[in-house]
Write a protein that binds this ligand. Structure first.
Ligand SMILES: Cc1ncc(C[n+]2csc(CCOP(=O)(O)OP(=O)(O)O)c2C)c(N)n1
Ligand SMILES: [Mg+2]
Length: 601
């Protein structure tokens, strides 16, 4: 019984070190499910509520473990449901292996029930590798290549296995013509930099008086090197969204996030630098980078396909970030003039005070909390080994701009696809990657209604298996699709279109309680500190249902939307203006700057 194709698939996954597969059942994968039973649930089948959630869980697992995530779905509808999660993996450069069923070979091409042209369906998102197993001898090569391609390309891949093939007796490839044998494992080279390029980079960096460094997720494993280079150069360091956890925000020269969701010191760092060193980031928004001609710029990136765009770089170095910075370090002059560093640090210190002051500005509406305070209090209470996910929506702004990364904290969100819905499943993926670390998800009420509520059931199903049961979901309960509401105001000059923007209010705390999770309702800012403390007390997963004020705009002070320019100028001119804009009377204030905006009550 144990030598069917499906048995070999599962055994090969285990050989690749796969400990769990996030998935959902269906008769297109019945053969695999049978094998799972025979294998004693090895690798562990983790049951999501929806295949998109299974894919997000695989992405979250991969982002936080550094290993490929694996998801499984049935043919037709199950496969289609995976797509959004796989695109999230593709756009954020995350290795994910998807295994999907298909109708039997005898039915293929016959418009059979649930028959979808899966190769075509996955051809875009899994263009690096999508293959159908038609005969047993294609294994184990299909599995092995899927893993190598996923890791090599840092991308999703897909193996389609028709249901009847899953049940065939396994035949290994033979030592014969047109057979493809395979082998396990891979060791990667360290992509060493070109010595001449490093010398040129050192010349450029040494000539600079005001050096800015921009790091992205490609620099995560080079934290020490980034710090050493920044110290030598007296540079400030800004972080792209997916690289928010590369450096601690306790470092005085770290200016925080950059871009639309970024901080003022990052903006100033870029606007005032004369030299830019980008490491492991493909941050796309040129308007937040120095004016063309203002700065001499160098990029270091592992991926030749990603390098050299986004800015007119003088030098593009394809190399591992750590190796390149290690090679660069001894060639860099130690700065004696620390004026620029001090200027950056002063701006950073000032910024964190501004963040605090903005957070401490209470909403003027009874029973509602300023959402910035939610993240401010989180920064005070969060354990230094926590893993944070944020959903797309206003929470992404508060996460990016206001959360203070410290110690070994990790964090991520859907950076490039910016899809709604991954907040809770990413946190679940994080718990499977690190069951001994607390996880926190910052999620809007729209995203909870879309995906998060259902996925709390998955949390309830698995939490007792985690050595540290702390998974905290904080919901920004503003009864609004707030991010879009504000984008419409700022970019379209349009008032809130209630039909599309207002959300029904449901009790997230009540739902969580019905699942046996710890649930806390917050309607006043004074409750927030205690709520986070209770959530981080060991016990069980917690849902904090925070009623937040939808009139606090997530749009940043220095937004470069044309219609926001005057607001930006006013807010950059002084903090008090900025605080004024977010406090009571905000609508009037914004309308002053945006005459096109009509009151939307
Ligand atoms: C799948 C998907 N649908 C729609 C959007 C557009 N979108 C981005 S943010 C947002 C609003 C999110 O609302 P909510 O989750 O309540 O968070 P809030 O901004 O209110 O805090 C929408 C609709 C998207 N990014 N992804
Ligand atoms: Mg909302």
């Amino acid at each position: 019984m144990k030598n069917k194709v499906a048995d070999v698939v599962l055994a090969r996954l285990a050989d690749w070190g796969v400990e769990q597969v996030f998935g959902y059942a269906g008769d297109g994968i019945n053969g695999l499910l049978g094998a799972w039973g025979r294998a004693g649930n090895v690798p562990k089948f983790v049951q999501a509520r929806h295949e998109e959630m299974a894919a997000f869980e695989a992405v979250g697992f991969s982002k936080f473990s550094g290993r490929p995530g694996v998801c499984v779905a049935t043919s037709g509808p199950g496969a289609i449901h995976l797509l959004n999660g796989l695109y999230d993996a593709l756009l954020d450069h995350v290795p994910v292996v998807a295994i999907v069923g298909q109708t039997s070979r005898s039915a293929m091409g016959g418009s059979y029930q649930q028959e979808v042209d899966l190769v075509t369906l996955f051809k875009d998102v899994c263009h690096h590798f999508v293959q159908v197993a038609m005969v047993p001898e294609q294994l184990p090569n299909l599995i092995d290549r899927a893993f190598r391609v996923a890791m090599g390309e840092r991308a999703p891949v897909c193996i389609i296995i028709p249901s009847d093939v899953q049940d065939l007796t396994y035949e290994a490839p033979t030592h014969a013509f047109k057979m493809v044998p395979s082998s396990l494992g891979i060791s990667w080279p360290t992509s060493a930099p070109d010595a001449q390029a490093i010398e040129r980079a050192a010349e450029i960096l040494n000539a600079g008086e005001r050096v800015a460094i921009l790091v992205g997720q490609g620099a995560r494993h080079a934290r020490r090197q980034v710090m050493d280079v920044a110290d030598r150069l007296g540079a400030g360091v800004a972080k792209a969204l997916l690289g928010k956890d590369v450096l601690s925000d306790d470092l005085p020269y770290v200016t925080g996030s950059i871009g639309l969701l970024g901080t003022r010191p990052s903006y100033k760092l870029m606007m005032e630098c004369d030299t830019l060193l980008t490491v492991g980031s493909s941050f796309p928004y040129t308007q937040f980078m120095p004016e063309f001609g203002q700065a001499r710029a160098i990029q270091i990136d592992l991926d030749p396909k990603q390098i050299g765009m986004r800015y007119p770089y003088e030098l593009n170095i394809v190399a591992d970030a750590g190796a390149a910075l290690d090679a660069l370090l001894p060639l860099l002059d130690i700065r004696t003039d620390t004026t620029w560093r001090h200027q950056v640090e002063k701006g950073v210190a000032h910024w964190w005070k501004t963040v605090e002051r903005r957070a401490m500005t209470d909403s003027d509406k009874p029973g509602m909390v300023n959402p910035m305070r939610v993240v401010w209090e989180l920064s005070q209470q969060i354990p230094e080994n926590a893993i944070v996910s944020a959903d797309s929506g206003s929470s992404a702004n508060w996460y990016a701009r206001h959360l203070k990364m410290r110690g070994e904290m990790r964090g991520s969100l859907s950076g490039n696809l910016a899809t709604m819905g991954p907040g809770v499943p990413y946190a679940i993926g994080a718990k499977f990657a690190h069951p001994d670390r607390p996880a926190v998800a910052l999620v809007g009420d729209g995203a909870m209604q879309m995906n998060g509520l259902a996925e709390l059931i998955t949390v309830a199903k698995y939490w007792e298996e985690w050595s540290d049961p702390r998974l905290v979901v904080a919901i920004l309960h503003n009864n609004d699709l707030n991010q879009v509401t504000w984008e419409m105001r700022a970019m379209e000059g349009a008032p809130k279109f209630v039909e599309s923007q207002s959300l029904p209010s449901v009790s997230y705390a009540g739902f969580a309680a019905s699942l046996g999770l710890r649930s806390i309702e917050v309607t006043e800012s004074a409750q927030l500190k205690g709520a986070w403390q209770a959530a981080f007390a060991v016990g069980r997963p917690t849902v904090i249902d925070v009623y937040t004020d939808p009139d606090v705009p997530p749009i940043p002070p220095h937004a470069t939307f044309d219609q926001m320019k005057d607001v930006a100028k006013a807010m950059l001119a002084g903090d008090d203006d900025a605080v004024g804009v977010i406090r009571t009377g905000i609508k009037q204030k914004v309308q002053e700057f945006l005459p096109g905006v009509k009151s939307d009550g």
